[in-house]
Structures are given as structure tokens and as C-alpha cells.
Design a binder for this molecule. Structure first.
Ligand SMILES: [Zn+2]
Length: 159
């Protein structure tokens, strides 16, 4: 339906034609500049948003540490965008620590990280006790953070 409009301008003098061509050229330059400025502004906005998400994650970590468990947690998407894509959990029963990569979790991305607890349990504890033990959430960790506290992450699954 969006066929190009066919504009038939009236005959123009030579001077008018030059003026018209100049105006078109100026508009093309303006268009390119606007595209460039918009791209730069979007990149800056994405950076600022990622920093805000990172602060949300750090604040939630602090809340967990001081026992403010009602503090609203970041969503999975926010944790990933903020660079805190690893969730550290610990089973209080067997003291086992596990690091979960949120990027690999099959959960809606708008779900709060805190709700992950309801979906986690340790296979080893389940086998030993015959029931599921929910791990405690310890906090979000940045990607690339060295994790010496997760010695046997490959031997036990938290899914
Ligand atoms: Zn356990």
C-alpha cells in the first residue's frame, strides 16, 4: 500500500534547480548526522542502564548479606545486562556451594533472581535425604570473578 508518491514539480528555473539540489543535499547530511547522534545516544543510554543494573545487583548482594531478604531482587535480564550473570547459592544442609550461570537458566528473563530459589535443589542432598533441599541465595557474582569457593561445581548439579 505504501507505493512511492510520484511528485511532479512544476518546471523550475536553473537557479531554482540548484537551490533544490542544495536543500536535498543538506537534508541528506542532516539525516546522516541524526542517525549518528541517535546511535551514540543509544549506546550511552545502554551503558548507563548497565551501570544501574550493576548497582541493583550489588545492592541486592548487600541486602542478602545483612539479612534484608525482602529487598526487591534484580530480574534475570537485569543481572545479565549488569554483568552479574552468576548466582552463588549454598545448601545449608551439606554446605555445598554452587555457581549458576543465569544466561543458561531456562526461566523467563523478567523473573526476579530471588524466585530462582524455588527451582533449585541439590541432587546429592536429594538422594541422601529423599527430599529436595532449597539452597540459600548468597549473591550475584560478576562474570569472570574467580570462584575458589566452588570446589566441586562440576560434580553436583543444581537444577
Ligand atoms: Zn545439600
Amino acid at each position: 500500500m505504501s507505493a512511492a508518491r510520484i511528485i511532479k514539480p512544476p518546471p523550475m528555473s536553473g537557479g531554482d534547480r540548484k537551490y533544490y539540489a542544495r536543500e536535498i543535499h543538506k537534508a541528506e547530511v542532516t539525516f546522516a548526522n541524526l542517525l549518528q547522534q541517535a546511535a551514540t545516544a543509544h549506546a550511552a543510554a545502554d551503558d548507563a542502564r548497565a551501570k544501574a543494573y550493576a548497582l541493583d545487583c550489588a545492592a541486592w548482594n548487600a541486602a542478602l548479606f545483612i539479612g534484608e531478604f525482602d529487598h526487591v531482587s534484580p530480574t534475570i535480564a537485569a543481572a545479565i545486562k549488569g554483568g552479574f550473570a552468576l548466582l552463588e547459592v549454598r545448601c545449608e544442609h551439606c554446605k555445598h556451594t554452587e555457581i549458576i550461570d543465569l544466561a543458561l537458566v531456562v526461566q523467563p528473563r523478567d523473573r526476579q533472581v530471588a524466585l530462582m530459589r524455588s527451582y533449585l535443589y541439590y541432587g546429592s542432598c536429594q538422594r541422601a535425604l529423599g527430599k529436595k533441599r532449597r539452597p540459600d541465595l548468597i549473591g550475584l557474582r560478576p562474570i569472570g570473578d574467580p570462584q575458589p569457593t566452588a570446589p566441586s561445581r562440576r560434580t553436583k548439579k543444581a537444577s
